[in-house]
Ligand binder design. Sequence first.
Ligand code: CS2
Length: 469
Amino acid sequence: MTNYLNPSKHQAQLSSQPYQRDEIQPGIVHIGVGAFHRAHQAVYLDRLLAEPEGKQWGLIGVNIRPQDSASFTRFMQQKGEYVLKTMDPKGGTEYQHIRSIMHQIDGAQVPQEVDKAIADASIQIVSSTVTEGGYYLDENQVLLEDHPAIQADIEGGRNTLYAFLYAGLKKRSETSKAKITLLCCDNLRHNGKHLQTGLMQFLAAKQDQALAQWIKDNVTFPCAMVDRITPKPSQIHVKDVQERFGMNDQMTVMGEDFIQWVIEDNFAGERPPLEKVDVQMVDKVDPYEEAKIRILNAGHTCVTYQAALKGLTYFDEAMRDAELKQYFTDFANQDAIPAIGDSIVDLPNYFSIIAARFSNANIGDTVERICTDGYAKYPIFVYPSLAGIYKLNRVPHKTLQGIAGWFVFFQKAAAGQIEMPYHEPNLDAMKAFTNDEAGIKAFTHDRFLWGNLPEDYPNFPEHLAQAIR
Ligand code: CS2
């Protein structure tokens, strides 16, 4: 990709880790090379590859979605290299040339190449970022076997992550037989368990007992917490990189300067010495995961619809709106933090760091991005604070306000009164939530969203209805 028009003028501003690609080997296959992976895990590995003990931890990036083949082809033409631009709240901007995705395979076109890579004994880890929907589990962790993609894969198709893991691990179990770690890097609670549950049900549906047993004996599924706010890639940054460095990079990603990765230290084969590059290796990820999900993600979710109702475009604008800033502080201090209770994470300090990150005006993170997919987010991110405060015999006023904001928002969106598009894959499930008393009742009693809360705390539906009215 190194296509500098005027290197002497610009090169100094573009940093790259001091290693040569011909001195590194691949040790990890990563499935799902989206913007988040490129702005997060690939960056840690890029740093590790520069360490003397890090040379065998290069990445093989794999695409499995036919609809992404065109952009992946472009990525392959760039040999998996790209620029990461990070922007801090004070306006400091850094540009890093990331080269850790040393090989690329378009599994949507050549799936057998992925199998070969996964079977190779020098590969110690298969990691994944395929978004929550990519695991095809319902709220009770049951595999959606009736889903057309899963059905097709049970019959030998190649649509989902499971089909690729199945074929690759089968080959490995029959050839090198080497132990391996499956490392889920999606933003899900207990993400390792999530992947394990889905994969084992997929194997049961395939009726492959032998492989299921091999996996039980030879594969681990550590949980991990991943964090970096990564707005949707934008042509603005592609152009900026092009003009600044004369580089024709179509895969530029941009994120905040903050980055965190906490991994459960439970690896089946060799594990990369990621602690050398500031990854936190821990016995249990739960406290980090809960803090992140309940303060950062739930904070985003509870604030964003209220921000949309105020007509704001960028999330940092919400943090400059006195009411919303106060709201976020109260939500964290009155509901989210007390509901977590004791934690090894310093929660008040963690909250201040998040408040500063949310105020970052330089990344241009949009209210529209954070509003996406509300129906899936509320039960995961927000429900624990709601239930937790009721359990403490208090009324979670701020959480109720954050839920009510969503209800009002989607009514207005449905009535065409909101300019911003609402990306909600679960609109079908929300059909009963009409803008009247019957709709409010359906909403406040929805089992997917609120579980047994309406029965356990009979005042909850009325509290929520009041917050909406
Ligand atoms: C956001 C996340 O959309 C959302 O729900 O809260 O995408 C958030 O930006 C990331 O989890 C940060 O790591």
